[in-house]
Ligand binder design. Structure first.
Ligand SMILES: O=C(O)/C=C(\CC(=O)C(=O)O)C(=O)O
Length: 290
């Protein structure tokens, strides 16, 4: 793999929608810089550098106050780039790590000190070689106090993953709602299955994220808005929102981040919902001490 990929908009528009004070972009990533933080030998894509300075400039441009930085698969289980970004954020970023399940308690504590508050299990075959459920479960049972598990999977394996997810003893946060087919609409099979899953436990959270990934009708992503707005309303105390910048693997349909922000009032139509989505909910998971 030699070609480095750019998957982000070089001049995102300024959103028309203004997020509330203290708004948190709760799903974004950093790439490198590679000279300081090389990519994993197992990486399935090799992006151009998208480091903390770029992320924080975008945060300010979009009107956000904080970030939750999720370790992307291209950095494997070496969380140094994510930790570096958190350290440079002046307390305005926390993160989610990807770890070798054999990680020691000491190393987990060090991640906590570095601002990590959860670990991510990625089940997308195009992104990772293996996802050992038994080993994932073992580490999920010995996480630091207050941590959660982020899970990334596609809708077709939701049922298969149920016994594994049901056994995880800490809150779950599901990336991109488990990638439903939003063109089926709010009552489609994928959304129904995801709702049933949410109803099975009160501590399953989800990210109402990635219209660009999930809606083949494209910007302005009407199918996404229609399918997701009832879910946000129904589960308003356990939903998060994020840009997903720098949009790994979206180089063929790069979204305008300003337009992504303008989706917020379409999936959370009232000020009260927007406050929960962007401030209260992510604060409870990532800055509970404030
Ligand atoms: O950024 C996302 O959430 C989605 C990704 C990338 C990813 O998760 C990773 O590299 O770990 C994807 O679907 O390619």
């Amino acid at each position: 793999m030699t070609d480095r990929i750019i998957s982000w908009h070089d001049a995102p528009s300024r959103p028309r929608y203004t997020p509330p004070a203290g708004a948190i972009d709760a799903h974004c990533h950093v790439f490198g810089p590679m000279a300081d933080f090389p990519f994993s030998a197992k990486a399935k894509y090799l992006p151009e550098d998208a480091g903390p300075d770029m992320l924080f400039a975008l945060r300010d441009h979009l009107g956000f106050a904080r970030n939750v930085i999720v370790q992307a698969s291209c950095h494997g289980t070496d969380n140094a780039a994510t930790l570096n970004a958190i350290a440079r954020s002046n307390g305005r970023a926390r993160g989610v790590a990807v770890v070798d399940p054999a990680i020691s308690e000491t190393d987990l504590a060090a991640l906590h000190d570095g601002g990590i508050r959860g670990i991510r299990f990625n089940f997308l075959k195009r992104l990772v070689d293996d996802a050992p459920k038994d080993r994932f479960l073992e580490v999920a049972r010995r996480l630091p106090e207050g941590w959660h598990v982020v899970i990334y999977f596609e809708a077709d394996i939701l049922e298969e993953l149920r016994p594994f997810m049901d056994a995880i003893p800490v809150p779950l946060v599901i990336d991109h709602m488990g990638r439903p087919d939003v063109t089926q609409g709010p009552d489609g099979a994928d959304m129904k299955a995801f709702c049933a899953f949410l109803q099975s436990r009160p501590d399953i959270w989800f990210k109402a994220t990635c219209p660009d990934r999930l809606d083949p009708t494209g910007d302005p992503w009407n199918a996404f808005a229609e399918a997701v707005v009832p879910l946000v309303e129904e589960y308003q105390d356990r939903v998060l929102w994020g840009t997903d910048w720098p949009h790994p693997n979206m180089q063929d349909a790069i979204p305008d981040d300003g337009h992504l922000v303008d989706m917020i009032p379409r999936i959370a139509p009232t000020e009260a919902l927007q406050r929960k989505l962007l401030v209260d909910n992510p604060m409870r998971l990532y800055w509970p001490e404030e």
